[in-house]
Design a protein around this ligand. Sequence first.
Ligand code: PLP
Length: 350
Amino acid sequence: MTHAEPRPGLRDVEPYDSPQLDVPVRLNTNECPYPLPEGFRSDLAEAVRSADLNRYPDTNATRLREELASSAGHPVDGTWVANGSNEIIRELALAYGGPERAAVIFPPTYALHQRLWTLAFGSVKSFRLEPPFLLVEHDVKNAAELEPSVVFVCTPNNPTGNAQPLERIEQLAEETGALVIVDEAYVEFGGTTALGLIASHPNVVVVRTFSKAFALAGARIGYAFADPEVVEDLRRVRLPYHVSSLAQAAGITALKHRSEAEAILDDIRRQRDRIVKELEAMPDVDAHPSDANFVLFWPVKPAPDVWQQLLDRGVLVRDLTKIVPGSLRVSAGTESEVDAFLGALHEVLS
Ligand SMILES: *Cc1c(COP(=O)(O)O)cnc(C)c1O
């Protein structure tokens, strides 16, 4: 029996798993807590029924890209889609990464940036941010000195929740000369988009997703706005027919029902603000202000114990102690889910 050897270092990489536990209140992955509206479901069912699944999909996802482009006021040849924004980031890593190519990241931030970049053989330089986790001019200077190929910025940032100042992103684009990948997975909940920078700064890419505000995490659709030259580079690395007809139909249908998705954003923001306010009023917790649909907080008690005791009460949050010492992250759910979370936390901390 012979076991083949994978590439050097691969076995040091932990598989990425976000374990889902079957509990009544799941507030650990920042999904939309509401089911899809009935009108959307029946439109989607109709689109699926009439899809020609015996044929390959439109490899350029033209219609979906056109709809996205027109909704954002961005050229269609600078608009790209893939199976979730994670796939777009992987395509960007394939196109702009590789040996001898460095990316700058500002932890604590989304772990997938580093993971996908290093899987594409690039190296990573981290400049750690401290509370309030805002980029300052010195961070831009540090990044520029390194002459990186890529800079990752997540805004609003996961897991801290705060948005980054647009001027810093603009400065990064000007002073580093790198491709600045701006992950805007949560931009519908707050912060300012970097979309407007692209026309004057063609090294800025804005990456977004249908997984959060559009309530379509299960459909796997992400999109990006960039300079058309960057999109050409993505076309060089993507798989043929990479976005299925089903996912394209889901995206097109979701854009048609956009106003319904937007209507629930207010509810989610209200619950987020309520979480911050209630946590700040508790003596044994610190909470970080959030522009996203989740809140990072620090209980005085050890966070892993609090995580377990919340779980014992049927509430699942995310333990982020490995990324931000002592912290937990809770997604803004429905009003009753947030009631359950706050009630359980009061019990655990009293
Ligand atoms: C959830 C999330 C995504 C979404 O990834 P998809 O592949 O589109 O589901 C991207 N970036 C960040 C920072 C996220 O938190």
